[in-house]
Each structure stands twice: as structure tokens, then as C-alpha cells.
Design a protein around this ligand. Structure first.
Ligand code: AMP
Length: 269
């Protein structure tokens, strides 16, 4: 496994191969490793990036406290069959101070985009840079961030990037909590509360209509989390489901706070 810290090093390391690329912000867990396994289905040459992307954090968010565990991440990756790890510094990705804003309004202005208006522009900016540095044929993204997957897929199609954007299922702990680097912010008590979120979403899936599911989840989640950011049912293209409809082939999308920690989840109905 080769570790490249600069674009120049990367340029010299890349062969004329097909690459499957897994972008991450590090603090790797089994969710990230599952993306690497998925990537191997597309190419035997897998590249992982580790970069905490300042452009996707608002000033009041957790950029400075985001868990950075590079040494441990590298150890994990050494056993995972990854060929190249790219760990650029900020200047490598954002060489000047100009900020380009990206928007795909029908996908970026709801759900996470509503409460974090800077977020998807920052995600698109960084992933476009990574695309230009690596030119991978495949990019693998987790369904935990389902909206992000759709946004990046749409960006790749709109800009005619020669890259297929692939999604991979959510990996959860034994209690159903979606694995996330931000789970490490939770105290033991808060972790127990966080573990109720998916249980509630899953229980609600037995109900029929959008309206019934939303009412049940709102009541139950309000007893567990400190604040619901959003709770919505949308189809797989993010179109809002009508409240009287049966919630079939949709997703229940949740974001909320436990203390200061913002957690997201979604399940297919
Ligand atoms: P992050 O490091 O949090 O930016 O995540 C990097 C990639 O890993 C994104 O494509 C995420 O959607 C994906 N990911 C994070 N957590 C999980 C999980 N529990 N299951 C599957 N994919 C995940």
C-alpha cells in the first residue's frame, strides 16, 4: 500500500489502471471498510482518500474537533487490500482562496441541504477536486448519506464525468445504530439514546401511510432525541411523498440532535 500526501506524489504513483475510489474523512470504521469491499467488486485497484474537508463545515460546526486518527486508519487500511491512500493537505485541494459554489437545487435544497446550506456545495467541490486528481472510473459512496450519493451522481452526470457513482448499503452496529465517526462524541447514556433511533424508524415501517409513519416517529423520537432536525418520507429521487399515500418504495429520512451531536439515518420502506 502506497501513501501519497501530495498531488505530485499521487501523479507519479497512479498507473494506467482502472481505479475505484472511496472518499472518506478518516476515523475509519466498518462502514468505510464495507465501501472498500464494494469498490473491489468494480476494480482490483482501490484508492481511499482521507481528508477532513473544511468546505463542508459551517463555522459553528465540528471541523476542528472532528476525530482525526490517521495512524490507526493507515493500520486498518493496510489489512484491507487498498492500493493507494491519498492524504492531501488543505492547500493541495484548495490552492487559492476563491470559493466556487455548486448547486443542484432540486436535490440540494431539502433535508441536509436545508439545515446545512453550505454542505453539498462543499462536498461537490472536494469530490470534483478528487476526481481531477485521481480520474477514477468508479466512486463508491455510502447510503447512510443517501442524499449525498444522489447529489454526487447527478453532478457526475451533469458535468459528463467519466466515472460511475455507486452506492453501498448502510452498516450498523448490533443495535441498529448506523456507524458514524460522530458516534464517538456520544457518552454511554447518549449512545443508548442514539440506538433507539433506528429501532423507531424500523418499527414505524409496519405502518401503512406516510401520515401514520410520520406521526408515530415524531412522537417516539421526540422522547429520545433532543431535537428533530427533519423527519421526512421521500421517494428514491427525493420527491416528497404525499401524506395520504402508502409509503411504498420510499425512504424515511431522519436527522436530529443528541446533545450537540447531529446524527442522520434513513431506511427504505
Ligand atoms: P465520512 O468519512 O463520514 O465522510 O464518510 C465517507 C463515506 O463513508 C461516505 O460515502 C459515507 O456515506 C460512507 N459511510 C459512513 N458511514 C457509513 C455506514 N455506517 N455505512 C455505510 N457507509 C458509510
Amino acid at each position: 500500500m502506497i501513501i501519497c500526501q501530495t498531488r505530485t506524489e499521487l501523479k507519479h504513483t497512479l498507473q494506467n489502471h482502472e481505479y475505484a475510489f472511496v472518499p472518506t474523512m478518516g476515523n475509519l470504521h466498518a462502514g468505510h471498510l464495507s465501501l472498500i469491499d464494494e469498490a473491489k467488486k468494480y476494480s482490483k485497484n482501490v484508492i481511499v482518500s482521507i481528508f477532513v474537508n473544511p468546505a463542508q463545515f459551517a463555522p459553528h460546526e465540528d471541523f476542528s474537533s472532528y476525530p482525526r486518527t490517521l495512524e490507526n486508519d493507515i493500520k486498518l487500511l493496510k489489512n484491507s487490500g487498498v492500493e493507494i491512500v491519498y492524504t492531501p493537505q488543505i492547500e493541495e485541494i484548495y490552492p487559492n482562496k476563491t470559493t466556487i459554489k455548486f448547486d443542484i437545487p432540486h436535490l440540494t435544497q431539502c433535508l441536509c441541504g436545508k439545515s446545512r446550506p453550505h454542505f453539498f456545495s462543499g462536498v461537490m467541490a472536494v469530490l470534483l477536486q478528487f476526481y481531477l486528481h485521481i480520474k477514477p472510473q468508479y466512486m463508491i459512496l455510502g447510503e447512510k448519506d443517501y442524499q449525498q450519493f444522489l447529489v454526487v451522481k447527478e453532478m457526475a452526470m451533469s458535468l459528463n464525468l467519466e466515472m460511475k457513482v455507486v452506492s453501498s448499503p448502510i452498516i450498523r452496529d448490533s443495535a441498529g445504530l448506523a456507524l458514524s465517526s460522530r458516534n464517538s462524541y456520544l457518552s454511554a447514556y447518549d449512545l443508548q439514546r442514539a440506538r433507539q433511533i433506528n429501532k423507531i424508524l424500523t418499527q414505524s415501517n409496519k405502518l401503512q401511510t406516510v401520515d401514520e409513519i410520520l406521526k408515530f416517529c415524531t412522537t417516539e423520537l421526540n422522547q429520545i432525541v433532543d431535537k428533530i432536525d427533519y423527519l421526512e418520507i421521500r421517494n428514491n429521487n427525493l420527491e416528497l411523498a404525499h401524506i395520504k399515500e402508502k409509503a411504498k418504495n420510499c425512504r424515511i429520512f431522519f436527522a436530529g440532535f443528541i446533545g450537540k451531536t447531529r446524527l442522520i439515518d434513513n431506511i427504505q420502506t
